[in-house]
Design a protein around this ligand. Structure first.
Ligand code: PFF
Length: 468
């Protein structure tokens, strides 16, 4: 059945506008802040290898499925799932998948905003020359001072939420398309400059081999599934912005004739390159200055300022770097709000401005939990073979990226490959029925769901098929 809906929220001006916006959503703190610290906590090269496999075998097929559903439904993820399910003669309960995404979006943005707030604060710190000739002790001290002050964190968190609400309120096309065009390439170039600096440090090769050569001995005391595979899978979902409806809603603004496959690969390649470049820039500094790779969420805020303090024009490059990181976070933050906002507009008859404000207030309130988890409410526990020191923040992060997003992705895969009729996916994907389509269908029918399920079940110990 040929379906030709239009979205009441608008449409991207071209395929490239979509690619840029989706890359803007994908590239963010996940690449530059989260990927390096998880790699450091989870043993380096082996984690990176599993991560890359997850992106390729699970992430990309599911991303294609999610965009396909979005473009076919052309509504908020909740309503899209309901409409498509009805159209295919399935239970309308599939809309719960949309709801899970909305909830995950609120939780992720609530802590994402606090970390983006650190970035805001670091723009000023770096710009004021606070890191000139700094050593590791100084950068560590400055970071600890920031996170132990709930008032400061709250202020920066509030500013970031406000920034995101303003853009979402203006509509996706106006603010966003313009900004991403310039900021993404600029961030990429600055990362290359950082890599250039990393190459000049004495431990460049050590950093690179830590990142790219799996050290299997280091895994001896780890549980492969819960300590490596699950965090890598979660990071793949988090980094590609899949499993919660963000890419689905962006897909709902994609013109009918644009290629989903080409877009997906472009986004995934850009996203992965940025993460790897961040790793290449950071680990040589970590080793050169005797820092701990497993330093946790503060890793880039402690390592990169050392580099800025040493390199020529470091104050300039440093502030520029944090400005671009802020923009990268901003273009991701808005995509976390979009699924909820579109639902409020569609179902509660709200204006976009009101809907964005309401969603902003909810996330802001929830963000207070994360603000306090770095100071007054801090407690530690052990997860995935490492100690997590910021209790509720870590729980939010693990719950969303390691559980809710992969579960969302699993359900997207099941819906697109097992529940929807083949003719619908053939039509929407526009690949014909040849090999390329069959390869995608196989991946999303078997490989991706099996990958997620095997990792889930083994990580929770329900199915220890691979343990010795
Ligand atoms: N992909 C973003 C990042 O890597 O920073 C974070 C993110 C955005 C996750 C949107 C999930 C999402 F739906």
């Amino acid at each position: 059945m040929s379906v030709n809906r239009t979205s009441i929220h608008g449409q991207w001006s071209s395929r490239w506008a979509f690619i840029l916006a989706a890359t803007g959503s994908a590239v963010g703190l996940g690449n530059i802040w989260r990927f390096p610290y998880l790699t450091g906590e989870n043993g380096g090269g082996a984690f990176v290898l599993v991560y890359l496999a997850c992106v390729l075998l699970v992430g990309i097929p599911i991303m294609m499925a999610e965009i396909l559903l979005g473009r076919r439904g052309r509504q908020s993820p909740i309503n899209t799932m309901e409409t498509l399910a009805e159209e295919e003669g399935l239970s309308r309960h599939w809309h719960l998948l949309g709801w899970m995404g909305v909830i995950a979006g609120f939780i992720i943005l609530s802590y994402y905003s606090v970390i983006a707030g650190w970035t805001l604060s670091y723009i000023l710190k770096t710009g004021s020359g606070a890191f000139i000739d700094a050593d590791a002790a100084l950068t560590q001290g400055i970071f600890t001072d920031l996170i132990s002050d709930p008032k400061k964190l709250l202020l920066w968190h509030s500013i970031f939420i406000l920034m995101s609400v303003v853009i979402v309120a203006r509509g996706v096309k106006n603010g966003l398309e313009q900004a991403v065009k310039i900021l993404m390439p600029a961030l990429f170039i600055l990362l290359l400059i950082m890599v250039g600096y990393a190459m000049s440090t004495e431990k460049f090769l050590e950093g690179i081999s830590y990142l790219f050569i799996p050290d299997f001995d280091a895994l001896a005391d780890k549980n492969l599934f819960s300590d490596i595979f699950l965090p890598a899978l979660g990071q793949a979902f988090f980094s590609l912005s899949i499993g919660m409806g963000a890419i689905m809603i962006y897909g709902s603004y994609l013109p009918k004739e644009s290629s989903i496959t080409f877009s997906c690969f472009t986004i995934a390649i850009a996203d992965t390159s940025v993460a790897l470049l961040a790793g290449i820039a950071i680990f040589p500094i970590v080793f050169s200055y005797g820092l701990e790779p497993a330093g946790g969420p503060g890793l880039i805020f402690i390592t990169l300022p050392i580099a800025f303090g040493q390199m020529p024009f470091g104050t300039f490059f440093g502030s520029l770097f944090f400005i671009l990181l802020l923009f990268a976070a901003w273009t991701s933050g808005i995509s976390l709000l979009e699924p909820a906002v579109t639902w409020l507009v569609e179902n509660k008859n709200m204006s976009r401005v009101k809907a964005a404000a309401l969603a902003g207030v909810i996330t802001w309130l929830l963000g207070i939990v994360t603000v306090l988890s770095f100071n007054d409410w801090a407690f530690s526990f052990s997860f995935a073979g490492s100690i997590k020191e910021n209790g509720l923040f870590d729980i939010f992060d693990i719950l969303t990226s390691n559980i809710m997003l992969p579960l969302g992705g699993l359900l997207v895969a099941i819906f697109a490959a097992w529940q929807m009729s083949e003719s619908s996916t053939v039509e929407e994907l526009g690949l014909g029925e040849g090999r390329a389509y069959q390869a995608w269908r196989f991946a999303v029918r078997y490989i991706a769901p099996a990958g997620v399920l095997i990792i889930f079940l083994n990580a929770t110990g329900l199915l220890n098929v691979f343990s010795s």
